[in-house]
Design a protein around this ligand. Structure first.
Ligand code: SF4
Ligand code: SF4
Length: 99
């Protein structure tokens, strides 16, 4: 069972099955798993997703995220790591030069 489409990803652990994303989706992409002790939203028709992100906006639990935002977050995090490593190297050189 898929937990995402080309445009969105669902964190099923955060989902409380309120159904707001299902109502918001214009393409009937989303459905529910509704078994005792196993309840969450899931993807019924991944290929129908048009990336409108109405489900992302509708979710009160922030359980659905856009893949585009995730890529931006990855890039920001990679940039932060790179800058952090550079500044750390610079500090190390400064200390070494002073000795
Ligand atoms: S992005 Fe739009 S089409 Fe895709 S699942 Fe969410 S509401 Fe439906
Ligand atoms: S709106 Fe969020 S919490 Fe509600 S069913 Fe959809 S994913 Fe789950």
């Amino acid at each position: 069972m898929s937990k995402g489409t080309d445009h969105i990803l669902i964190n099923t652990k955060s989902c409380d099955v309120c159904g707001k994303c299902i109502e918001a989706c214009p393409k009937e992409v989303l459905g529910k798993v509704n078994i005792i002790f196993h309840k969450h939203v899931h993807i019924d028709e991944a290929e129908q997703c048009i990336g409108c992100l109405k489900c992302v906006k509708a979710c009160p639990q922030n359980a659905i995220i856009s893949r585009h935002d995730l890529k931006k977050a990855d890039i920001s995090s990679a940039l932060y790591d790179y800058r952090h490593r550079r500044s750390h190297r610079h500090d190390h050189r400064t200390v070494t030069a002073r000795q």
